[in-house]
Design a protein around this ligand. Structure first.
Ligand code: PLP
Length: 724
């Protein structure tokens, strides 16, 4: 059976000369090709902003005269032809990195399952870092030509929209995702009927529809339980991300793991590698074992086969952050499974047993670790923490030899690099530099970029950020019913020429957002120093059910609103990929203050580094590997603390000292010959040169292929065959 490809709809009424725009929309290649996005925005920039950079909505709403106008614009048409040439070359490419490097493995396939995919702000199927990583991984798999298929959810409401009240309290609103507004394609069978699968959840047969997003050369399939024949509560199973309701959560994870396997089977896929991005999809192993047992393997044989082709990535160094279920939930949802697997209840629970303070649980990471041969954490230090955390599963081994490796996270260059910088790099690094972004000798050429040109682009990006923030504040003032102090807090007083620091992430206590506020008087002096102003832009959400996170935002917001900050502290509502792009491209310094070693990797700083923004962070996660003394700054020391108060105190002291004595003076120190901050620019180049290659998904996905996927990809074809 040939794997399925959903047909691309083209139902827009467009002038003939530019009719392929309707096709471009449905392959989200445009999300990592900013020139392709310009094909939409050039037609009507205001409408493009108004519809949240969503090309489906844009093409439906744009007025005919505006479309006609560009068909008479030579500049536009040249751009159009150039971009479609690139698009056709990309989608039709016969040779890719993968086909050249591993010609013998062309027919193998990697399946990648994740709870969330962050692809673009107009496709709100993500909450944060995990989703962005899945999205970047999928895009890179496409770029490399890796045979790859991804599976996730279509969330009817996605993650919440954040609004901050005058008193700094986070409110959550949900916007329904309208299917017809998204670049999502229905998967239909030969008769034109929706393809569905069925998953049993606590005795109910839940129908699941399948949708597809074309991600370059790679299909992403989205499972959706919002089907008319399901009961209202089953229809809502895939409504939202990360509910705190445990019944809902286990149901979603059954849908992802079991449904994910069934969806790929019904579409004709037979993957050689199954990659579980986090433990949420770990039930897939049980479904695959069942398949193999139906094809006359014993349980033990089936486990062998499944394990040899499974890869598991863990992202959570904090035990409380791991997904585990009370045993009564397992009884309620999985009671029919142990019999099907020829196991007793105890044997079944042993597959995932985790003994914690209040008793035994069924732990999804334990299940995934036991059922995979490839296991990895997402940075070197996180690897060490992870081996300690799960060492009990290998009681005979010393913690250092626990078989969990690490592959440090990276970011997708095309998605995160500013368009103007991309053009600058095209000029000085060679037109195909992005194909070789993981090659140090190619990125070395950043040194050849003239200082004034690099600085001009950086200044442009900061002005663009400030203009964007002020416009948002203006809209809020005009239409949002905001209090004047909120308008100040949302950035109207920002100075496009002041040293600008960005801090944006999830508000979890270990991220220590308030560290920088710990000595307020000292901070105020730094902000308001005559001739050397500093401004800090904050953004980030707390989980809507997490009071502690919301209190952290409130504490921060109350400081931000104070008049003596001079409007130089700012909080931006509703951190998403759009805001993230503006920030990581537009600020001068990116700051991250997690309590070491709790940051598994972090990726926002990698996005910043790629854009010449200097990192100023705790030596945790990726930064501990990236920092070399010349490409940014460290906060605190690379050591373990047992006294957390002492750790906070020393890290805060280090933060203030480096900021006052090194960072601020360096930014404002201008060379006499050309009036540019020469030493700062040298650091920027050092940052791009050393960090962009190492912390790219290009390096990361190649590492997954060579170190984790290869075992499964090299298995003889016969061992993969199943009953299906
Ligand atoms: C990159 C990104 C993240 C993850 O960044 P961290 O450094 O892991 O905090 C979260 N949210 C958005 C919108 C992002 O773009």
């Amino acid at each position: 059976m040939e794997p399925f490809r959903a047909a691309t709809p083209n139902h827009f009424s467009l002038p003939r000369r530019i009719s392929r725009l309707g096709e471009l929309v449905y392959n989200i290649w445009w999300t990592w090709n900013p020139d392709a996005m310009r094909l939409f925005s050039r037609i009507d920039p205001e409408l493009w902003e108004k519809c949240g950079h969503n090309p489906v909505v844009f093409l439906r709403q744009v007025e005919r005269p505006k479309l006609n106008a560009v068909t008479n614009n030579r500049y536009y048409l040249e751009m159009y032809d150039r971009i479609f040439k690139a698009f056709d070359e990309y989608t039709g490419a016969g040779t890719t990195w993968f086909s050249q490097t591993h010609p013998d493995l062309r027919n193998r396939l990697v399946a990648y399952l994740s709870m969330e995919f962050g692809l673009h702000e107009a496709i709100p199927l993500y909450a944060g870092g995990l989703g962005i990583l899945s999205g970047d991984h999928t895009k890179e798999a496409s770029d490399l030509g890796l045979p790859f298929v991804a599976v996730g959810f279509f969330y009817a409401e996605g993650y919440f929209i954040q609004h901050i009240t005058e008193d700094g309290w986070q409110e959550a609103r949900y916007n329904p995702n309208k299917m017809e507004d998204l670049p999502v394609i229905p998967v239909l069978n030969e008769e034109g009927k929706p393809v569905t699968i069925c998953v049993e959840i606590a005795g109910r047969e839940v129908q699941v529809r399948i949708w597809e997003i074309h991600v370059g050369r790679v299909p992403l399939y989205l499972l959706d339980s919002n089907v008319e024949s399901n009961s209202p509560s089953d229809r809502a199973l895939t409504a939202r991300l990360y509910s705190s309701d445990l019944d809902l959560r286990i149901s979603q994870e059954i849908l992802l793991g079991v449904g994910g396997v069934r969806a790929l089977r019904v579409l004709g896929y037979n993957p050689s590698v199954w990659h579980m991005n986090e433990g949420h999809s770990a039930f897939l192993s049980l479904e695959r074992i069942k398949e193999l047992m139906q094809a006359d393997h014993t349980f033990d044989q089936a486990v062998e086969i499944v394990r040899a082709s499974n890869v598991f990535t863990t992202h959570t160094p904090v035990p409380a952050g791991n997904d585990e279920f009370a045993l009564w939930l397992v009884d309620k949802y999985c009671a029919t499974w142990w019999e099907q697997l020829d196991l007793t209840r105890e044997q079944f629970i042993d597959l995932a047993r985790h003994t914690i303070s209040w008793g035994d649980t069924f732990s999804m990471p334990v299940l995934a670790l036991r059922m995979s041969h490839g296991r990895n954490a997402v940075s070197e230090l996180h690897g060490k923490v992870t081996r300690q955390m799960w060492g009990f599963l290998w009681p005979d081994r010393h913690p250092e030899t626990v078989p969990i490796t690490h592959v440090t996270n990276g970011v997708h260059t095309g998605t995160w690099l500013a368009r103007r910088l991309r053009h600058l790099f095209d000029r000085y690094l060679g037109l195909d530099w992005m194909e070789h972004v993981d090659d140090l000798s190619v990125m070395e050429r950043v040194i050849d970029i003239p200082d004034d040109q690099l600085w001009a682009v950086r200044r442009h990006l900061k002005r663009k950020l400030v203009a964007y923030i002020r416009e948002r504040a203006r809209q809020e003032w005009m239409y949002g019913g905001a209090h004047p102090s909120q308008v100040v807090a949302s950035g109207v007083m920002l100075d496009p020429y002041a040293l600008t620091i960005g801090f944006a992430r999830r508000f979890a206590p270990y991220k220590r957002a308030s560290l920088i506020m710990s000595d307020l008087n000292r901070l105020l002096k730094i902000l308001n120093k005559p001739g050397m102003p500093v401004q800090i832009i904050f953004a980030g959400k707390s989980h809507p059910d997490h009071e502690q996170g919301k209190l952290l935002i409130q504490e921060l917001y109350r400081v931000i609103k104070r008049a003596d900050t001079g409007g130089r502290l700012v909080f931006l509502d509703d951190y998403d990929m759009n805001l993230a792009r503006y920030l990581v491209q537009g600020v001068d310094v990116w700051i991250n203050t997690p309590r070491r070693p709790n940051e598994a990797s972090g990726t926002s700083g990698e996005k910043a580094a790629l854009n010449g923004v200097l990192n100023f962070s705790v030596l945790d996660g990726w930064w501990r590997e990236g920092f070399n003394d010349k490409n940014g700054w460290a906060i605190g020391k690379d050591i373990e603390y047992t006294d957390l108060d002492l750790q906070d105190k020393e890290d805060a002291a280090s933060l203030y000292e480096t900021l006052e004595n090194d960072i601020v003076p360096l930014y404002y120190r201008l060379r006499t010959s050309d009036g540019l901050p020469g030493e700062w620019i040298a650091r920027m180049k050092e940052s791009i040169r050393t960090l962009a290659p190492q912390f790219s998904t290009r390096r990361m996905v190649k590492e997954y292929i060579e170190r984790l996927y290869m075992t499964g990809m090299r298995l003889p074809e016969s061992t993969k065959k199943t009953a299906g």
